[in-house]
Ligand binder design. Structure first.
Ligand SMILES: Nc1ncnc2c1ncn2[C@@H]1O[C@H](COP(=O)(O)OP(=O)(O)OP(=O)(O)O)[C@@H](O)[C@H]1O
Ligand SMILES: [Mg+2]
Length: 415
């Protein structure tokens, strides 16, 4: 029987809440014995940014990244450890190109998902490049923006092809707003996308490895109030479809930590934003769902490293397109076939079996942690560093209440 030590690395921006919780949960979990009797012990380390030798061997078995989407030095380090050192990454920077919404829209349209009609228009302002003026004069065709918008139909959304955090997103009702928004877009490359008007539910799913949580989302609320605690807000069939779409997006792009936004109107599910391979998992956003997310992140990290799951940093669209291109299959049949590919990718059954047999005491350990003063301290510190002083008391009580509700529900679930 071998004893293997694993080091899990966290690549972080400004957040301190979930990393502290992740570290505490891994500590409380203790060593894990796999099916062959080998024992796996875990340490967690926050990764620092410093010069790195391309041939140096990193100590990490797995890295969870929330930094490289904007900080390119650690992004290049991730590429190096993916290519040279076989480090397991959540997520691989080689799939980042699809974090442009554009590639993600194209791929899921090809799979037949109900992505609203979308047009990419050329830059409003000239590009700062010596060759631009000549090239544009010779090859840029003048186009009628109004005609493009009329074809998409009003109201529509104008948003950057590589967006995030609502930067440059606007809802356009008429030609005046269209021209104003396009003039302001400057050097941003913009999509015009048909609006899903009058949708019934905004369902946002967060996926971590083989687990997905579908949540009822309201984008008009401030961050702390966007997810509401509601359990049966979709019919079983629609709930299953939203879940499948999240899994399919993630397995297709090999994102193992991602969120997917869908608008549900009647019985139709329209995915509108699902290239978020660096999703927000703050306590103050997820509240009630935060313990689920942290547990899933720990379990998936342990599963991947203890079973030696091979990193697959590349996208392999072949099997997906083979299903997409079949004319004899309906939308529902294709979705079922994609879902099955997604289950293969995530090894869903094996993961569930691993959690049940190898991590059987983790649920109780995690529940004890979320009820402990240690966790309460993280919660209070997070609230007091996130909100202005006059809101501290109110928000500490608010989040404590939601976390207590999760603990009560979890106690019932565990019996
Ligand atoms: N086609 C659409 N139909 C209806 N609403 C839309 C559509 N596209 C975007 N929206 C609205 O605009 C919001 C922002 O758009 P989107 O999610 O694409 O941008 P983002 O910059 O990625 O935002 P975030 O980072 O907050 O997810 C959505 O949450 C939704 O409320
Ligand atoms: Mg969005």
């Amino acid at each position: 029987m071998a004893d293997t030590r694993h080091l899990l690395g966290l690549l972080l921006g400004t957040e301190n809440d979930w990393p502290s919780v992740f570290e505490a949960l891994v500590r409380r979990l203790g060593p894990v014995t796999d099916g062959t009797g080998n024992v796996h012990s875990y340490d967690v380390e926050r990764i620092t940014v410093e010069p790195f030798d391309l041939r140096a061997e990193p100590p990490y078995d797995l890295v969870i990244d929330r930094l490289a989407y904007w900080y390119y030095h650690p992004r290049e380090w991730l590429k190096k450890v993916a290519l040279m050192d076989n480090v397991y990454l959540l997520n691989s920077p080689f799939t980042f190109q699809a974090m442009e919404k554009h590639a993600a829209y194209c791929a899921m349209m090809r799979l037949g998902l109900k992505v609203p009609d979308t047009v990419l228009v050329p830059y409003k302002n000239p590009l700062d490049h010596a060759k631009y003026a000549y090239t544009a004069e010779r090859y840029n065709r003048s186009f009628d923006l109004d005609a493009v918008a009329d074809k998409v139909g009003y109201p529509l959304f104008m948003k950057p092809y590589d967006g995030g955090a609502w930067r440059g997103v606007s809802r356009i009702r008429d030609a005046d707003e269209l021209h104003r928004a396009y003039d302001e877009s400057g050097e941003m490359l913009m999509h015009l996308q048909a609006s899903v008007e009058g949708y019934d539910v905004f369902a946002r799913s967060l996926s971590i490895g083989a687990e997905t949580m579908v949540m009822n989302f309201d984008p008009d609320q401030p961050m702390h109030g966007r997810y509401s605690v509601s359990h049966d807000f979709l019919s079983p069939a629609t709930g299953a479809e939203v879940l499948s779409i999240g899994r399919v997006v993630n397995a297709f792009f090999r994102w193992e930590f991602n969120s997917c936004e869908t608008l549900v109107r009647g019985t139709d599910v329209h995915p509108i934003d699902y290239a978020n391979a660096c999703p927000d998992v703050a306590i103050t956003s997820l509240h009630y769902y935060f313990p689920w997310a942290m547990k899933a992140l720990v379990k998936w990290s342990i599963f991947c490293t203890a079973t030696g799951r091979a990193p697959r940093p590349y996208v392999d669209p072949g099997p997906w397109f083979a299903i997409a291109d079949r004319e004899d299959l309906s939308y529902d049949e294709k979705l079922a076939a994609y879902h099955s590919l997604a289950d293969d990718y995530f090894e869903t059954e094996r993961y569930q079996d691993f959690c049940a047999s190898r991590l059987s005491e983790f649920d109780e350990a995690a529940l004890a942690y979320f009820q402990s003063p240690e966790f309460d301290e993280v919660l209070v510190t997070t609230v007091t560093t996130t909100f202005p002083v006059h809101e501290h008391e109110q928000f500490v009580a608010h989040f404590r209440g939601l976390l207590r509700l999760w603990c009560d529900d979890e106690r019932v679930r565990l019996g």
